[in-house]
Design a protein. Structure first.
Length: 84
């Protein structure tokens, strides 16, 4: 193995280890500040909450509009034309 290859491998290893240490320090800091385990933080971040009253009303209004005015709604092909 040449000296260039050894330097390259050592450089990559240092960068990877630094990244791992920074990520672990961040996770430990967040867990220390919040007092929760990573599992608890994941569960609270991914918990599905019910819609608020305003959100539910907006959804129902859009649903009714889409049902009553189906000819005025945009089709998938029209969306693709707009996207281009």
């Amino acid at each position: 193995m040449s000296i260039k290859m050894r330097f390259m491998l050592s450089y990559i290893a240092v960068i990877l280890l630094t990244g791992v240490f920074l990520i672990s320090a961040f996770v430990l800091g967040v867990c220390t500040i919040t007092g929760a385990s990573p599992g608890q933080l994941y569960k609270s971040a991914t918990l599905q909450r019910p819609l608020s009253t305003g959100e539910e009303n907006a959804f129902l209004e859009l649903k009714i509009l889409a049902k009553n005015y189906t000819r005025q709604t945009i089709t998938i092909s029209e969306l693709r034309k707009i996207g281009k």
